[in-house]
Design a protein around this ligand. Sequence first.
Ligand code: GLA
Length: 395
Amino acid sequence: MTLPLTEETQERFSEAFIGQPEITVFAPGRVNLIGEHTDYNEGYVLPMAVDKGVAISGRKRSDSKIILYSSDFHQKDEFHLDAIRHDISRPWANYFKGVAYLLRKNGITLGGCEAVIKGDLPQGGGLSSSAALEVVSAVFLEKLFGVNLEDLDLVRLAQQAENEFVGVQCGIMDQFASYMGGKDHALFLDCRSLEHDWVPLGQDYKVVVFNTGVKRELASSDYNERRHQCEEGVRQLMKVLPSIRSLRDVSLRDFEKYQGQLDKVVLKRCRHVITENQRVLDTVEALKNKNWLRIKVLFRESHESLRDDYEVSCHELDTLVDLAQEHPLQVGSRMTGAGFGGCTIHLIPKDEQVIGNFVSFVADGYHKRLGKTPDHYVFSPSTGAKFLNDRAAKR
Ligand code: GLA
């Protein structure tokens, strides 16, 4: 029998360091239902936390050393609090280091500690293992050293760790979902004001995820390039719409009127973001009204827009979405996350037989077309990061 992740990090701690950990924290990954590449344009997103993620168990030390052991990579890393440096030979440790570095930069006093980290999300698979690692590190250091951070400050700090220390210009969605996710609810977030609301989802449907196994390197230039193209779009549109600050401020009507101002590629990027924002608002409305037919259309349009206008899909993602759309009981299929590989999501009625039938339908079709069987996961929306302070606690 496999142990729950949090029990496993507790066990591994005793092996790696001898004795017991003081605290254990778990932070989940996420899937995004809709609202892709809108977060860094100050738009809307609708992610949910999943029940896989990253756990950490650890305790304080009496000196200023931090010793981390990754149970996934079987690697140790050791550094002093006042000499925190990015290290390409230990990519997994950079997320923890980024968080510790930023806490200190914000004037928060930390001490030395030792900890074991382990995850059960596919890494680089588009389910936000990095955000989970940042959030779990932030909650761990917060609890261990009795720091009291406001929720939104903790989320922003985790995002900053990725932007400033790891070097990926991601938006705030993943860290927000990992920390604020709610059981059986999707999380509707306005990425400008950070106002948010939980929208019921888990009653009737589950989320099936297929992993193409195609690895995307988020730090690679593609993601940052899309972000720059959006900023360029804002610059070009400001000539006729001087009050806009981001693509969030451009209505569909204004976009249609002024799109002639834009270069060809920038126009496509902007069209995706502006139409996607509207699709998020429409999906929230449709979820509240249980209008599944509408959701099916919105998800399909989102995927097509990411494929044709934002150009972040790939053959494997398109194949999975095309196959899923042939199944009569799915009510929404699209790629999820940054793209360039990674995963697709599918809303499927909460019925084991239907889910089993859907999974074999898509997996068999995929195998016939591409000669491979994709991994899959079945998720219900889960709660955000959890802090467990004793060995009996389970997630
Ligand atoms: C990655 C980033 C997010 C978001 C998505 C695309 O997951 O970390 O901030 O931009 O891509 O929607």
